[in-house]
Design a protein around this ligand. Sequence first.
Ligand SMILES: *[C@@H]1O[C@H](CO)[C@@H](O)[C@H](O)[C@H]1NC(C)=O
Ligand SMILES: *[C@@H]1O[C@H](CO)[C@@H](O)[C@H](O)[C@H]1NC(C)=O
Ligand SMILES: *[C@@H]1O[C@H](CO)[C@@H](O)[C@H](O)[C@H]1NC(C)=O
Ligand SMILES: *[C@@H]1O[C@H](CO)[C@@H](O)[C@H](O)[C@H]1NC(C)=O
Ligand SMILES: *[C@@H]1O[C@H](CO)[C@@H](O)[C@H](O)[C@H]1NC(C)=O
Ligand SMILES: *[C@@H]1O[C@H](CO)[C@@H](O)[C@H](O)[C@H]1NC(C)=O
Ligand SMILES: *[C@@H]1O[C@H](CO)[C@@H](O)[C@H](O)[C@H]1NC(C)=O
Ligand SMILES: *[C@@H]1O[C@H](CO)[C@@H](O)[C@H](O)[C@H]1NC(C)=O
Ligand SMILES: *[C@@H]1O[C@H](CO)[C@@H](O)[C@H](O)[C@H]1NC(C)=O
Ligand SMILES: *[C@@H]1O[C@H](CO)[C@@H](O)[C@H](O)[C@H]1NC(C)=O
Length: 602
Amino acid sequence: MTIKQMKTIVTLLMKTVFKLLVLTLVIGEVLAERCRSSMKEYDPESQLCCDFGVVLKFNGRGQKLDCCTEKTFILETEICCKNVSNKFTEDGKEQSCCGAMHYLKSEKVCCNSTLYDKLNGINSCCGLSPIDPKTTICCRDRNSNKRPHSIGIRMKCCGVEYYNKTTHYCKDSKKSIVLPFSTSFCKNTKYDKLKQKCCTGTLHNVSDSDEQYICCGTKLYNKVEEKCCGGSLTIPHDAECCEKGHYNPKSQTCCNGLPVDITSSTEKCCGNGLYDSQYQECCGSVIYNTSSHQCCQPGGDIIVKSTEYKCCGKISYDSHDNVCCTKNKFSGETFKIITKSVEYHDTCCVPSDIEKSQSFSSITHRCQLGGIINKTVMCGNHPYNETSDLCCGGVLDKMGLDEGRDCCGIKSYNKTTKICCDNTIYRKTNKESCHQNSIDVIHQTLPKHRDYGICSYCNLHTIQNVKEFLESATNLCKQFVLKIAKLNTSMAGNTTTVDGFIRKDLLSQKTFKKLKIQFQVPCTCQLNTRSIILLTDLDDYSKLLRLGDSNLIIPWSKTASNYIRKRAKCAKDTNTFALETVAGFKISIEYTKPELKGRDRF
Ligand SMILES: *[C@@H]1O[C@H](CO)[C@@H](O)[C@H](O)[C@H]1NC(C)=O
Ligand SMILES: *[C@@H]1O[C@H](CO)[C@@H](O)[C@H](O)[C@H]1NC(C)=O
Ligand SMILES: *[C@@H]1O[C@H](CO)[C@@H](O)[C@H](O)[C@H]1NC(C)=O
Ligand SMILES: *[C@@H]1O[C@H](CO)[C@@H](O)[C@H](O)[C@H]1NC(C)=O
Ligand SMILES: *[C@@H]1O[C@H](CO)[C@@H](O)[C@H](O)[C@H]1NC(C)=O
Ligand SMILES: *[C@@H]1O[C@H](CO)[C@@H](O)[C@H](O)[C@H]1NC(C)=O
Ligand SMILES: *[C@@H]1O[C@H](CO)[C@@H](O)[C@H](O)[C@H]1NC(C)=O
Ligand SMILES: *[C@@H]1O[C@H](CO)[C@@H](O)[C@H](O)[C@H]1NC(C)=O
Ligand SMILES: *[C@@H]1O[C@H](CO)[C@@H](O)[C@H](O)[C@H]1NC(C)=O
Ligand SMILES: *[C@@H]1O[C@H](CO)[C@@H](O)[C@H](O)[C@H]1NC(C)=O
């Protein structure tokens, strides 16, 4: 229902209510009305109240009458133009009134009580003037003022005015204001744009098209000499904006909105103080030494570098005892520090509820859909024989078990000559038991936190995880984003070979008909038959593609597809990028042009 329709209904309703009110009032008094001219009562159903008195509404032949100046006339056959005359002439032509005169409608036109001959196409009125609508246009405004104009091409009405669209514009059709293109209004003042420029209601004597002069609030400034701060303040061009003034970047800096003198260009401010950015940094409002300390996040903890302490969001934690769990959401990252269940654990597996996070070793396990799973019979990246080989935190020692070695962290050691205490190997000659102090450290063997590329993502099967992954990825710069369908996967040892058909390049939107692709990933990859998206820079699909960490696979979904289409566009000079991802993984992928990069693992 339109507003107009609603208005009509409301008006009708109100009219009805009003009528009912009037009716009850009338019923409450008398039925008859009083005629003003004679002050006599009369019945409006059967009588007329004319200036000359009350008369019957119908004549003897039942024809309806109405009042004229001095007598009544028959509505059907007569007209009243001060005096009564016939509606039709003897030859059947219709007559009409023009002021007090009657005229033949077929021969004349009446414009505001003046008659004109219907000659030369004239057949209607435009205000006081008779016009030929073929040659004349009648421009009118909201108050029904009318003005005739000769029709011209590229001309248009603006209220009662008629203007040339190629040189003028209609500023206000209500007020019929037509202006040349070069003229405009500044607040309420008319000005010539060729000579003046309007800055938020203030006029300046500079041409509107002069690009050297720019508005800064109501002020105008020369952009070569000055610049604009905060949309209202002009300052010298070589100065910088500071909330409460401006400063000279050569000798000053801006602290808390005020210009402050500095002695070296490396001095910057932090809170209310100055620091030297060569060796210090600002953490929120606290200054710290960058060579010895690290700031978790502005306003967060400051930790001593090269210790067990690490950052988890704003908070620091002891990485010897704890792991940091992170979850990416649209609203931002959430963090939780949890105690390791086993000392060598290095990361956190976060299910949908971050409170249920668990620590695990990224070397022996992986986190899949928030659950921790064994990397089966793989040792790191290598298959191994559990009865003969030794696998120390993902590092394979072929025949290690057979040859009597044992694990110490990620290293294996000869049990007859060495001793392992607290993940550190010592020679037995220097240290017989772990309680004995010794300075002879052979190896510090705690597993290092390592990154995983393509293989970590082979196993993402639900949209939720893919979404989280994509949300947190900072750069997905790739040349091709292929939708691959009808997958056949075969696994052999540490490699998985996948056959499929390329359906489409999501970036170029190019579609393919039955274009086969075969690729290999250097890990056991549990892909099912569902379509996937492959992000790659490789372009020759006639050969087997050996994918590495510069490529990326994710399960196909409409959401992922739309997201990647927006994000996979490359910034011009990108050659490295980092992907920060789910569940505490931090993935850094070197971006190498089209060659594949070898996998450097432990
Ligand atoms: C109208 O009628 C009156 C009286 O009958 C007459 O004097 C007058 O001229 C008439 N006017 C016109 C315009 O016919
Ligand atoms: C018609 O003419 C009368 C006086 O002759 C004038 O008062 C009135 O405004 C005119 N109407 C229009 C629409 O011009
Ligand atoms: C409108 O202005 C243009 C440019 O000045 C001119 O060439 C054209 O003849 C004008 N049109 C009319 C109908 O006046
Ligand atoms: C702009 O020019 C006009 C006339 O040339 C002059 O009267 C006016 O003072 C000038 N305004 C400014 C702001 O210079
Ligand atoms: C910053 O830390 C380094 C290393 O601990 C130290 O050598 C240096 O003196 C410190 N600088 C300041 C200004 O404290
Ligand atoms: C994972 O491996 C460890 C040691 O290799 C074993 O004790 C554990 O039972 C395995 N868990 C599963 C779920 O296979
Ligand atoms: C594992 O090693 C044992 C002992 O060397 C050997 O008997 C067995 O066949 C090996 N298993 C596999 C699957 O290679
Ligand atoms: C361990 O060290 C002893 C003594 O040097 C040596 O005889 C033995 O072969 C070593 N065993 C292994 C498994 O290296
Ligand atoms: C996969 O295993 C083979 C031996 O089975 C080995 O030669 C190759 O280096 C392994 N590949 C990777 C990427 O670890
Ligand atoms: C996958 O296997 C099925 C059945 O064996 C076959 O029809 C299909 O063509 C295969 N797809 C590819 C891409 O090789």
